[in-house]
Design a protein around this ligand. Structure first.
Ligand SMILES: *Cc1c(COP(=O)(O)O)cnc(C)c1O
Length: 383
């Protein structure tokens, strides 16, 4: 039996060593505090769960959904965008529901990447951009995100031959794992670059609703001309604490939405309709829910940043996303430093190298831990 070569490209699971150590410690009865996982601990809004209870009883929801989703869901997305960003998308042609943003991001590579085609990929970055590219037979050109460039790809550093050949560019702001944000000036330069070289911009906007200190993240689609050349991915996962329900969506140019619709209709059969009803309810949830939730994350952010600074890791408070991206002391790789924190403090963090070679030298801590656990973790960290 032979496994397809495309699977060889997937990097080895970084957590093997750490997972073993966690299991060992747990078997000795030691409590481990896990800052490694970006998965909201806070519950899905009650109204959303009630909607599932109700709609699960409706027999029409027991049958195959349509790939393009319920018209009511697409309309709810249209209204949400209108309210939140004052942008208008046609629910028939410019909006497509997804089985979570991850599904859409992965399948999007099959729409635009043929054998040998180039995708411009931020590094460090969410791994699905590059894995999707490889699965489709493409090549990744790395755009380094560094402190010097404020974690925004330096467009001028991309060689002309590469830019001319590239089919797509992936971007993600607010960013995972660096928690960086982008402003409209940067997005304008991206649109100019994309138009000059005929590159499709694929913007992962999963964290637009997780922000602090009154900051409101922007949509790439607010940039003049963006809709001509781009898609923007959203997820209910981080916005409404709904990772377990698997629902997201993409908006953008109908010429780019259509190929994704074709790929998806041949590979999946849409989102369970009762879950689409949950998503509609979530999108209609009062802003108050988001504000309250973000204020919980904000308190955690302040505690974690304070603790890291007190042990000599200099980090600034991020304005958005669920993550603290911290530079580690010289003399360690990020995997070594993560192992040291586990050995000495019983704390799990993610080594930055798990997000690409430019993540080396950093660790990521997630704010999705219940407060009591977080406090314990902080005590362990500073003592
Ligand atoms: C969590 C996350 C996703 C995945 O969202 P789902 O809708 O749960 O699939 C996509 N992109 C980034 C950057 C994420 O952090």
């Amino acid at each position: 039996m032979k496994i397809a070569k495309r699977l060889d490209k997937i990097p080895p699971y970084l957590f093997v060593e750490i997972s073993k150590k966690i299991a060992e410690k747990k078997s000795q009865g030691i409590e481990i505090i896990n800052f490694g996982i970006g998965d909201p601990d806070l519950p899905t809004p009650n109204t959303v769960i009630t909607e599932l209870q109700k709609t699960s009883l409706n027999i029409s929801n027991h049958r195959y959904p349509e790939t393009d989703g319920l018209p009511e869901f697409r309309t709810a997305i249209q209204k949400w965008y209108q309210n939140r960003f004052n942008l208008s998308f046609n629910p028939e042609t410019e909006i497509l529901p997804l089985i979570g943003a991850k599904e859409g991001i992965g399948h999007t590579a099959f729409c635009f990447i043929d054998n040998g085609d180039i995708a411009l990929i931020p590094d460090p970055g969410y791994p699905v951009y590059s894995v999707g590219t490889w699965f489709a037979g493409g090549e990744c050109y790395t755009m380094p995100l560094t402190e010097d460039n404020q974690w925004l790809p330096d467009l001028d550093a991309i060689p002309k031959e590469i830019a001319q050949k590239a089919k797509v560019m992936w971007l993600n702001y607010p960013n995972n794992p660096t928690s960086a944000i982008a402003d409209i000036e940067y997005f304008k330069r991206v649109v100019d670059f994309a138009k000059k070289y005929e590159i499709i911009i694929l913007h992962d906007a999963c964290y637009t609703e997780v922000s602090y200190d009154g900051y409101q993240p922007i949509s790439f689609m607010e940039t003049p001309g963006a809709k001509d050349i781009s898609l923007e991915f959203h997820s209910l996962s981080k916005s409404y604490n709904m990772t377990g329900w698997r629902v997201g969506y993409v908006v953008g140019n109908s010429k780019l939405i259509n190929p994704l619709m074709i790929v998806k209709s041949n590979l999946d059969s849409g989102i369970p309709q009762a879950i689409q009803s949950m998503a509609i309810t979530a999108l209609n949830t009062k802003q108050e829910f988001i504000d309250k939730r973000n204020s919980i994350y904000e308190k955690r952010r302040d505690k974690v940043v304070g603790a890291l600074n007190s042990i000599g890791l200099n980090v600034e408070k991020p304005k958005a996303s669920l993550y603290i991206w911290a530079k580690i002391p010289n003399g360690f790789t990020s995997a070594e430093y993560a192992t040291k924190l586990l050995d000495e403090k019983d704390i799990v963090v993610t080594p930055g190298s798990g997000y690409g070679e430019y993540g080396e030298g950093y660790i990521r801590l997630s704010l999705t831990i219940p407060d009591e656990q977080l406090d314990k973790g902080i005590n362990k960290l500073i003592n």
